[in-house]
Ligand binder design. Structure first.
Ligand code: SF4
Ligand code: SF4
Length: 466
């Protein structure tokens, strides 16, 4: 029986219990993740209650626990994260997906509808009774502020500018905007286009769907698979035509660079492609003297080292290829800078701003490219806020949900207090989910994506040169 079939035999409660047992046995995250994640404090609370008071966790407690994981990637074990997602997938198989979870996890469909009638929805959200009805239907917390709907979404704008056609010149990128930028903050995606074009990079916006993270978080495997397959094809086709795939959303980047390829090297297709022997598992190893691979005995490790069951139906070689090809926009621009191909003299911006590196950016292991790029702007005083374990608390759609809103606010408060204490003129962060949380917690401080600041600085330079 393969791993996917094995997982399908187990109930969602059994799968999440396995995670609880494994983490209770290990105990590392009891203290390590105490203040950065909602999942582990709850896991140890349920476990301790069972051991000390003999009160086993009910099925609903286990499901609520699984919902507390936002796949931020901060905890040490990818197989634990896979176990949580496996439990959510099993739950959808057993019970289906509630309407509220479907509405909240499908930013793409909601965004497409919203952008058809932005005036209507914006007026509706301003009428308190109507806004509360919409929130109730979507399971959104009463006190959570809803973002406004822009007049034109990014994809319509890009089509109007002819960016949906592959530019004939080199160098060029295939830009993956992500749903939140495309449908809620199109000014961020337009800023990405502007700074790239300012540096003579041709921009192509290929056909694209939601990256799949929000639907995966709800355990909706089929919809996630469909979207991932479409994006893989579209971005790899564009790469074959000479475009470098680039994205500006750290969550989409984390999904495509890190999550999507987890376990793919253990697949039969990959092992065949690298000519592994019959009792061998080859793992890529770039250390000198290793010949590109470390070899392990398949008879000993074959049962543990397996492809991730939630993506095992998607071509593992394509998953690896995309993860190697796609870059974060900041990372791409920093590499242009290192090659001397970036305009290093943006215009002056006077101001004291704070940069927060979001978890999905940190987990891509790409350094801090935006801090280096923003350091090129004369007059800008940029300091960093937040350490490796700081979290805004939003967790994608989790912070919108009725049952988690308060916890999300509590989790983000520690970071908000650090920001308030420094009283910056603006907050800079590449995550639009953090932006929503910061705007909710600190409406008095404006929040920008680093690309918006860079665009402003290049605009100033161009205005001065006119
Ligand atoms: S996530 Fe990993 S390190 Fe943390 S408690 Fe669970 S098994 Fe241990
Ligand atoms: S991925 Fe993030 S939210 Fe999920 S258990 Fe790990 S640290 Fe917690």
């Amino acid at each position: 029986m393969n791993q996917e079939a094995d997982q399908e035999q187990k109930s969602s409660s059994t799968l999440i219990r396995q995670v609880v047992e494994a983490c209770a046995d290990c105990d590392t995250c009891r203290f390590l993740m105490d203040e950065s994640c909602l999942f582990f404090p709850e896991l140890y609370r349920l476990y301790d209650r069972e051991k000390q008071a003999g009160l086993p966790a009910a099925e609903k407690d286990l499901h609520r626990l699984a919902d507390m994981c936002t796949l931020c990637g901060l905890c040490p074990c990818s197989d634990i994260r896979a176990g949580i997602i496996g439990a959510k997938i099993a739950r959808v198989r057993e019970k289906g997906l509630p309407l509220s979870a479907r509405l909240l996890s499908d930013v793409e469909t909601a965004g497409r509808w919203g952008c058809r009638f932005p005036g209507f929805f914006n007026t509706l959200f301003r009428v308190p009774g109507a806004a509360q009805t919409v929130k109730r239907m979507a399971g959104i917390a009463r006190d959570r502020k809803l973002p406004g709907i822009p007049k034109e979404n990014f994809f319509s704008w890009a089509a109007r500018k002819g960016l949906n056609r592959n530019p004939g010149r080199q160098p060029k990128i295939a830009y993956f905007a992500g749903c939140t930028a495309a449908y809620l903050f199109p000014e961020v995606a337009r800023a990405a286009v502007a700074v790239l074009e300012h540096n003579d990079i041709g921009v192509y916006v290929p056909p694209q769907r939601c990256c799949g993270m929000p639907t995966l978080l709800e355990g909706e495997k089929k919809r996630t698979d469909r979207r991932v397959k479409k994006n893989l094809k579209s971005l790899l086709d564009a790469a074959a035509l000479g475009c470098d795939p680039v994205c500006s959303c750290p969550t989409c980047g984390f999904f495509m660079k890190v999550l999507l390829k987890e376990g793919a090297v253990y697949s039969d297709a990959y092992q065949k492609a690298v000519n592994a022997g019959t009792d061998e598992i080859r793992i890529p190893d770039s250390r000198p003297g290793k010949g590109g691979y470390t070899s392990l005995q398949k008879s000993m490790y074959g049962k543990i080292l397996k492809d991730n069951p939630y993506f095992s139906g998607i071509d593992p070689l394509a998953r690896i290829k995309l993860s190697e090809k796609i870059s974060d926009t900041g990372q791409y621009m920093e590499s242009l800078h290192q090659q001397g191909r970036l305009d290093p003299n943006p215009g002056r911006i006077s101001g004291r701003m704070m940069y927060f590196a979001p978890c999905h950016q940190r987990e891509q292991n790409i350094g801090s490219p935006y801090e280096n790029l923003l350091a090129l702007i004369p007059g800008l005083e940029l300091s960093r806020v937040g350490g490796a374990m700081d979290c805004c608390g939003m967790g994608g759609s989790l912070g919108f949900k009725e049952g988690f809103h308060e916890k999300s606010i509590r989790l983000g408060r520690r970071l908000a207090e650090k920001i308030r204490a420094a009283a910056p003129e603006a907050i800079v962060t590449d995550c639009l989910s953090c932006r929503l949380q910061f705007r909710h917690l600190m409406p008095e401080i404006p929040v920008f994506h680093p690309l918006e600041i860079l665009k402003k600085a290049y605009d100033k330079k161009e205005a001065k040169n006119d």
